[in-house]
Ligand binder design. Structure first.
Ligand code: ADP
Length: 159
C-alpha cells in the first residue's frame, strides 16, 4: 500500500522546526502533501502564494513532496488526496492541549485518518513563525531559525 501523508499548517513562514518535521515525516510515507492553510483569521504576513513558494524552494529536489493550498475542512482534503496519515509537530506541553482536542474532533469527523505526532531536534523545538517575524521586524539575526531564502523574504518585507 502506498502511504500518503498530509502535513497541514499556516507556514507563515516555514522555519527549521517545520523542515525538521517534514524530513522526519518523509521517512514514514511515500508521498507527503504539505498543505498550506489560507488562515485569513491569523492575518498572515505572507500571502498563500508566497508561503507556498518558500516551502517549494526548500524541497524542490524532493519528488515525494508536494505543496498545496487549502481552505476547506482538513479531513475532507485528506480524503480527496487519499491520505491516511496526518502529520503534526509537537513543540511543548502548550501544544498538547490544542492538538489533543483537534485529534479528537478530526477522529469523529473521519476515523480512517491516523494522526502521527513528531518532535523536532531539541534546538529546533522552540522555533515558531511568530517569534521569527518579531525578530526579523526588529532587525535581529534569524539565520539559525530559517533558511536563507526565507530570511531574504523577511528582510524584504520589513525593509
Ligand atoms: P507556527 O505555530 O510556527 O505558525 P504552523 O501553524 O505553521 O506553525 O504549524 C504547523 C505544524 O508544525 C503544527 O503541527 C505545529 O505544531 C508544528 N510546528 C511548528 N513549529 C514547530 C517546531 N519548532 N517543532 C515542531 N513542530 C512544530
Amino acid at each position: 500500500m502506498r502511504r500518503i501523508g498530509i502535513y497541514p499548517g499556516s507556514f507563515d513562514p516555514i522555519h527549521k522546526g517545520h523542515i525538521d518535521i517534514i524530513n522526519r515525516a518523509t521517512k514514514l510515507v511515500d508521498k507527503l502533501f504539505i498543505a498550506v492553510a489560507d488562515s485569513p483569521h491569523k492575518n498572515p504576513l505572507f500571502n498563500l502564494d508566497e508561503r507556498k513558494e518558500m516551502i517549494e524552494n526548500e524541497f524542490s529536489k524532493n519528488s515525494g513532496i508536494e505543496v498545496i493550498a487549502f481552505n476547506n475542512l482538513l479531513v475532507d482534503l485528506a480524503d480527496s488526496l487519499n491520505a491516511q496519515i496526518l502529520i503534526r509537530g509537537l513543540r511543548a506541553v502548550s501544544d498538547f492541549e490544542y492538538e489533543f482536542q483537534m485529534l479528537g474532533m478530526n477522529r469523529q469527523l473521519n476515523s480512517k485518518i491516523e494522526t502521527v505526532f513528531l518532535m523536532a531536534d531539541a534546538q529546533r523545538q522552540s522555533i515558531s513563525s511568530n517569534f521569527i517575524k518579531d525578530i526579523a521586524r526588529l532587525g535581529g539575526d534569524i539565520s539559525n531559525f530559517t533558511n536563507d531564502f526565507v530570511s531574504a523574504k523577511l528582510k524584504e518585507k520589513f525593509k
